[in-house]
Design a protein around this ligand. Structure first.
Ligand SMILES: C[S@@+](CC[C@H](N)C(=O)[O-])C[C@H]1O[C@@H](n2cnc3c(N)ncnc32)[C@H](O)[C@@H]1O
Length: 499
């Protein structure tokens, strides 16, 4: 476990609640909003040469430019420019809050305050040569993955396990009566409390401790977690590493989550998991939830060989020279432990201890994650519940189904005398959660007719007429294809169990 330095005072925080209100007024007045920040720092402010070019472009005569240079890009600025931008607040107030420091004639930011979605979020300086073991990072790609995938129906109690800077907890606070955020790193809780107060969210409580320790005996309707899941022999950084073998840390969280969920509650884990020569990753994840009374849906976004996996982490590495040696040790560690591949993805579980048998489904999914997928994920659980309840052929025929409008059909054709002959056709949903599937022209047409207004029986009659085939003579076989479309994410019953 990385060493954590004891902290006595919060690393960040104003002492008077009114100061938070004044900061928000200041940000409002200067236009310090996500859109404006993105406009100013685009395209890639994290890349050194872009950052310098952006800094050079922003002159200090506008308060917004000064705030962005100071708080987002952690630049060193003349004291007079900073005092002008912070007015009517004083520089001293910001120094006492731990956010700014004086360095000779300049002012420097100790921490970042950035905007994500419509929240302000504080975390450690990104542009530092030395990253401490208890460094609190900003909102990473995986954080974004998780919050875009989070189920966002209204709930009573949510837990953000390993909450870090608090981004997941804050987003959940909008649709939860009460949120608890827990983390082993007390520094991250200081940042999270600061941001929550700045964002006027008073229904979140942040507790320090390892995994579920701070919430023993409590239960939740939603648990989200983006834990330190990296599969490596290292334990340098709290935000990235853990001191357990391979993916055991994630497994222990997965094993425990059901005990902290209310019936019908959802748990979402964004993480890595491994595959060995002895066990496919699907079987591995199934075994984590065996006999736990949970439905499980896994979206696997990336699968890497040990070499690719280590290479993947290289991009985050500050000390490249040392990394070459360490990466060899890292790859050896993976091979020594029979790791064939490491995957990254999202595991969503729903606790359901009675009724029809629990189900497990996994999709390889390389969607771009550009929108919020909560409703779609909820639909996935609804559809799988419907399928697992084994509707009879008759029941299905009386059901109205609808197909997602973002479905796309692509065909491979070859020339045949005077026309193109379709050799194969695939449906997929570039932005939706679905498994690309082969279809023939009858099935493709059937999908198109499923507009939600007509029963399946009615749809099949129309398709039968058009294609001059008898779909009803082997209806059971044909309904298997419909079931597969439901399973693969291309059909939904209009009336679905909702959560
Ligand atoms: C990848 S960061 C996630 C931060 C944030 N939830 C997000 O989505 O951006 C992982 C967090 O887990 C915390 N952590 C590490 N070990 C932990 C443990 N044993 N128990 C609780 N939190 C831990 C780290 O301090 C870090 O804040």
């Amino acid at each position: 476990m990385p060493a954590v330095l004891p902290e006595t005072t919060p690393v960040i925080g104003f002492h008077d609640p009114l100061q938070y209100i004044r900061v928000r007024e200041l940000f409002d007045r200067c236009g310090f909003t996500r859109d404006k920040i993105v406009q100013l720092v685009r395209p890639h402010y994290l890349i050194a040469q872009h950052r310098q070019a952006i800094l050079d472009k922003l002159d200090n005569s506008y308060p917004l430019n000064v705030l962005v240079k100071l708080l987002v890009l952690c630049d060193r600025l003349p004291r007079a420019a900073v005092e002008m931008a912070l007015c009517p607040m004083t520089l001293d107030e910001w120094i006492e809050a731990g956010i700014l420091s004086i360095d000779g004639p300049s002012v420097v930011a100790n921490h970042v305050i950035n905007a994500q979605e419509d929240l302000f979020i504080a975390f450690d300086n990104l542009f530092t040569d030395h990253v401490h073991p208890d460094h609190v990072p900003g909102v990473s790609g995986t954080s974004g993955w998780l919050y875009k995938m989070t189920l966002r129906h209204q709930v009573d109690r949510t837990l953000d396990l390993c909450c870090g800077n608090g981004i997941q907890a804050m987003l959940a606070a909008r649709h939860s009566n009460h949120v608890v955020g827990t983390d082993l790193n007390g520094r991250s809780l200081d940042f999270a409390r600061f941001s929550a107060t700045l964002n006027e969210l008073d229904n979140i409580e942040f507790l320090e401790g390892s995994t579920f320790d701070p919430v023993r005996g409590q239960t939740f309707d939603l648990i989200v977690t983006n834990p330190p899941f990296v599969v490596s022999p290292e334990s340098d950084y709290l935000f990235r590493d853990n001191d357990m073998q391979l993916d055991e840390f994630v497994k222990s969280i997965a094993n425990d989550i059901p005990d902290y969920l209310n019936e019908n509650g959802f748990g979402q884990i964004l993480c890595n998991w491994i595959q060995t020569s002895q066990e496919s990753w699907q079987d591995r994840l199934k075994s984590w939830f065996a006999d736990k009374g949970c439905d499980v849906f896994v979206l696997c976004n990336l699968t890497h060989s040990p070499k690719e996996y280590v290479e993947f982490w290289k991009k985050d590495e500050a000390d490249m020279a040392g990394f070459e040696d360490r990466s060899r040790e890292w790859i050896d560690y993976l091979y020594r432990n029979d790791v064939e591949s490491v995957s990254l993805g999202l595991i969503t579980i729903r606790k359901r201890t009675s009724g029809i048998p629990n189900w497990f489904q996994s999709f390889n999914w390389i969607g771009k994650i550009q929108k919020f997928y909560g409703p779609e994920l909820a639909t996935r659980f609804g559809v799988m519940h419907y399928l697992s309840s084994n509707p009879t052929d008759d029941e299905m025929m009386k059901t109205r189904f609808v197909f997602p409008q973002d479905t796309r059909l692509s065909q491979h054709c070859s020339p045949n005398k005077k026309c193109w002959q379709t050799e194969s056709a695939m449906i997929e949903r570039p932005d939706g959660i679905a498994k690309p599937s082969q279809v023939d022209s009858v099935l493709a047409d059937m999908l198109l007719q499923c507009n939600g207004d007509r029963t399946l029986e009615n749809v099949l009659q129309t398709v039968q007429k058009k294609h001059q085939v008898n779909l009803f003579s082997s209806i059971h076989e044909n309904l298997k294809a419909v079931r597969l479309m439901l399973y693969n994410g291309f059909l939904t019953p209009v009336e679905l169990e909702t959560f």
